[in-house]
Design a protein around this ligand. Structure first.
Ligand SMILES: Nc1ncnc2c1ncn2[C@@H]1O[C@H](COP(=O)(O)OP(=O)(O)OP(=O)(O)O)[C@@H](O)[C@H]1O
Ligand SMILES: Nc1nc2c(ncn2[C@@H]2O[C@H](COP(=O)(O)O)[C@@H](O)[C@H]2O)c(=O)[nH]1
Length: 209
C-alpha cells in the first residue's frame, strides 16, 4: 500500500505570495498528486473569486454551525472574518495518497501541529515591509483601508516565524518556487515514506536467494 499523502502548511503575512507559490507548484510536473485545500470563509468574495474553487464562502451563522458540528480541522478569526479547514476533505485527500497544501495563518498552523505533529510547516517571508505593501497594492483587490489593516497585522504573523520548520524568503519568485519544490521533495524522500512506497523492492533485496 502506498504511503498516505503529506500535509504541508504555508503561512505568511497577507500578500507575501503563498497562494501564488502554491498555484505555481501545482502546475509543475510531479510524481505524486498534489492539491490545495479549499478553506471555508465568512469574508466576501473578491472580484473573480469562485465559490468552491478559491474558498467555500459561507455566512457567519453557517460557519458557527460547522464549528459546533466539529467539521473543522482548524479554524481562526483573521482580519475580522472566520476561516477554517474542513476535516473530512483533508482526511479523504491524504488517505488517497495526495499531498495537501494548507494556506492558513499562524493560529491555524498551531492547531494543526497539535493534531498532526508530522505536518511540514513553511513560513513565507516577504523580502521587506515595503515590498509587502507594494504587492498588496499591485494585487489590486483590496481597498486602501484593508491594505492598511493587513500591513498592521503583518507583524503579528511574522512574530511566529520561529514556530515553522522552514523559511522561504519570497524575493525572486522562481527561486522561492525552487525552494518550495526542494522542501516537498525532501519530505517525499524520507525513509518512512520510501519504505512504504517501495515495499516490494525491500522485500526482494532482503530475501534469501
Ligand atoms: N516573488 C514575487 N515578486 C513579485 N510579486 C510577487 C511575488 N510573489 C507574489 N507576488 C505578487 O504579490 C501579490 C500577492 O501574492 P499572493 O496573493 O500570492 O499572496 P498571499 O500571501 O497568498 O496573500 P493572502 O494571504 O492575502 O491570500 C500578487 O499580486 C502576486 O502576483
Ligand atoms: N487559520 C486559517 N487561516 C486561513 C484559512 N484560509 C485562509 N487563511 C488565511 O487568512 C488570511 C487572509 O486570506 P485572504 O484570502 O482573505 O487574503 C491569509 O493569511 C490566509 O493564509 C483557513 O482555512 N484557516
Amino acid at each position: 500500500m502506498a504511503a498516505p499523502g503529506n500535509l504541508f502548511i504555508l503561512s505568511a503575512p497577507s500578500g507575501a505570495g503563498k497562494s501564488s507559490l502554491i498555484s505555481a507548484l501545482l502546475k509543475q510536473p510531479s510524481e505524486r498528486a498534489m492539491q490545495v485545500s479549499v478553506s471555508h470563509t465568512t469574508r466576501d468574495p473578491r472580484p473573480g473569486e469562485i465559490n468552491g474553487q478559491h474558498y467555500h464562502f459561507v455566512t457567519v451563522e453557517k460557519f458557527k454551525q460547522q464549528i459546533e458540528q466539529k467539521e473543522f480541522y482548524e479554524y481562526a478569526e483573521v482580519f475580522g472574518n472566520y476561516y477554517g479547514t474542513s476535516e473530512t476533505a483533508i482526511d479523504a485527500q491524504l488517505a488517497q495518497g495526495i499531498d495537501v497544501f494548507l494556506d492558513i495563518d499562524w493560529q491555524g498552523a498551531q492547531q494543526v501541529r497539535m493534531k498532526k505533529p508530522d505536518v511540514t510547516t513553511i513560513f513565507i517571508s516577504p523580502p521587506s515591509k515595503q515590498e509587502l505593501e507594494n504587492r498588496l497594492t499591485s494585487r489590486g483587490q483590496d481597498s486602501e483601508q484593508v491594505i492598511k489593516e493587513r500591513m498592521a497585522q503583518a507583524k503579528a504573523e511574522c512574530s511566529h516565524y520561529q514556530e515553522f520548520d522552514y523559511i522561504i524568503v519570497n524575493d525572486d519568485f522562481d527561486q522561492a518556487l525552487a525552494d518550495l519544490t526542494t522542501i516537498v521533495n525532501n519530505q517525499r524522500l524520507k525513509r518512512s515514506q520510501q519504505v512504504q512506497n517501495h515495499q516490494l523492492l525491500f522485500k526482494e533485496l532482503l530475501a534469501n536467494d
